[in-house]
Design a protein around this ligand. Structure first.
Ligand SMILES: COc1ccc(S(=O)(=O)[C@H](CC(=O)O)C(F)F)cc1
Ligand SMILES: [Zn+2]
Ligand SMILES: [Zn+2]
Length: 158
């Protein structure tokens, strides 16, 4: 249940501005696209990728002070943040590139964190249900990580 602000349209655009060096671009694209797909399946939303101009959800990997009022904090601690729906910075999603972004169970799993952040970008707040993608803490997602069939993507079991 989306609380607070919501997008007032069903087609949401997104654009990748800055990538991490931790993973190949194609892997980052796959992990982020599948994170968007989680929400597309759970809603009537359609996500359209842009390669130029301004998109609703601008995605970037940045460190420390990166131009908004919420500087990142180096390794661990805050992993990422996303602004709720709205114009301008609304929907924008930032990942802390001082984290080690991975595809599997080591480091921080980019798919799980992205799915959580995109939930915030859609206006969702945290859930107290440990089964929920919107559960507040990363380690609370260990069951999601263990349940996810990483072997179905052999190259994803990094
Ligand atoms: C499972 O996905 C996440 C869990 C925890 C975080 S976080 O530890 O970076 C959290 C930010 C958030 O809840 O999105 C913290 F308050 F900064 C990000 C993604
Ligand atoms: Zn930011
Ligand atoms: Zn959160």
């Amino acid at each position: 249940n989306a609380q607070g602000t919501r997008w007032n349209k069903n087609i949401i655009t997104y654009r990748y501005l800055l990538y991490t060096r931790d993973l190949p671009r194609s892997t980052v694209d796959f992990l982020l696209e599948t994170a968007f797909r989680v929400w597309a399946r759970a809603s009537s939303l359609t996500f359209v990728r842009m390669h130029s101009h301004n998109a609703d959800i601008m995605v970037e990997f940045v460190t420390s002070d990166h131009g908004d009022l919420y500087p990142f904090d180096g390794p661990r601690g805050t992993l990422a943040h996303a602004f709720g729906p709205g114009l301008g910075v609304g929907g924008d999603t930032h990942f802390d590139d001082d984290e080690r972004w991975t595809t599997g169970k080591t480091g921080f799993n980019l798919h799980v964190v992205a799915a959580h952040e995109f939930g915030h970008a859609l206006g969702l707040k945290h859930s107290r249900n440990p089964e929920s993608l919107m559960y507040p803490t990363y380690k609370g997602h260990s069951n999601y990580l263990s349940r996810y069939n990483w072997s179905s993507h052999p190259w994803l079991s990094g």
